[in-house]
Design a protein around this ligand. Structure first.
Ligand code: ZN
Length: 347
């Protein structure tokens, strides 16, 4: 399957933080042809292994499988679902969003409702509605009706946006944070033939609520070094200052120098930058970004694991839909594979 087809499947799959099974099953299917061994660990990270030579370095790749979303918190007597947010979502983007509520019986379409503007007071209209004032309408007529649909407290709720190619080699879709990284990881495995080093390709869980799966997976794998494959903010939209980020869509993968959880190990940075330059792969660098990735957690596991990030510039992350350039994804995979092939010169 092509990168584009993999991204489409991964983006349309459901995997709100803590409920990643559909994405995990898909990752198992997509990675299996390119690894020697694959297993699911106790917290349900998936780990694909490409065996290497005995004395060569062991590298861990980490792409988180979860996406930001919602979870049913209460069901009102009239059948409306109140919710909590799973991961960092801006309350301002929630009203009127189409969602799907994943009950044990079926996935129900719903809409995030709020009080109409016509009956809001002047002051109410100016204020941002907080997520605890919003609710999901799935057409249930009462609490019992919602329960009869199989809807329960704790059910995950995902945004309902279908993957759509747009423009010249770009795509709109949900959950590009981090299905783009998952697709890059599969593509990088595909580009790697035999390698001297052992590659542990890990689909991690619960990144969006604190980089949780990456920590336990890194402890288990105990690699010599690690790369998180994730997305980063593309700042090429109106209203973003160059100071905030210089990363743009279509200009190649972003190599992190620093973010709020990681100062990339100098050797890792040199390895990635020299690989990109020598292999003539377009790239960008970024510094001082708020937020972090699985690399932050992995780097502080055990006695410390030198780690870095290769990120796909993505517009509108942590909102219901994002935009990515497929060439950035291809180049992210190329950079990952090329770096792994050159690992012996550095580690
Ligand atoms: Zn992410």
């Amino acid at each position: 399957m092509s990168l584009n087809q993999n991204l489409e499947q991964l983006s349309n799959a459901q995997g709100v933080t803590g409920r990643e099974s559909e994405v995990r099953d898909l990752m198992i299917r997509l990675m299996t042809p390119y690894v020697d061994e694959i297993f699911v660990d106790k917290l349900e990270n998936v780990i694909g292994i490409k065996k290497g030579k005995e004395k060569a370095a062991r590298i861990m790749l980490a792409a988180h499988m979860d996406e930001v979303g919602l979870m049913v918190k209460t069901i009102t007597k009239d059948g409306f679902l109140q919710f909590v947010k799973m991961g960092g979502i801006d309350d301002r983007i929630l009203p009127a969003q189409s969602v799907r509520v994943f009950s044990k019986k079926a996935a129900f379409p719903g809409i995030i409702g709020s009080k109409p503007p016509h009956i809001q007071k002047e002051e109410e209209r100016k204020k941002i509605l907080a997520s605890d004032e919003l609710f999901i309408d799935v057409g249930a007529e009462s609490k019992d009706d919602a329960k009869a649909m199989g809807i329960e407290i704790g059910d995950p709720v995902g945004f309902d946006i279908k993957y759509t190619p747009v423009g010249k080699g770009a795509a709109i879709g949900k959950a590009f944070d981090n299905r783009a990284g998952c697709a890059v990881m599969v593509e990088a495995l595909k580009l790697l033939d035999r390698t001297d080093c052992a590659v542990y390709a890990v689909g991690t869980i619960q990144e969006e609520v604190g980089l949780r799966g990456a920590g336990t997976a890194a402890f288990k794998v105990d690699p010599d070094l690690a790369i998180a494959l994730d997305v980063t903010i593309a700042g090429d939209v109106p209203g973003v200052r160059e100071y905030d980020t210089t990363v743009k869509m279509g200009k190649g993968p972003a190599i992190t120098i620093t973010d709020s959880g990681l100062i990339t190990h100098p050797k890792i940075l040199r390895w990635l930058l020299e690989t990109a330059e020598e292999e003539k792969i377009p790239f960008q660098t970024e510094t001082g970004l708020m937020g972090s990735t699985d690399a932050a957690r992995i780097s502080l596991t055990r006695q410390g694991i030198p780690s870095g990030n290769i990120s796909v510039p993505t517009r509108y992350i942590h909102s219901p839909a994002g935009v990515v350039s497929l060439s950035d994804m291809e180049n992210s995979a190329k950079l990952t594979a090329a770096a792994i092939k050159r690992i012996g010169a550095y580690f």
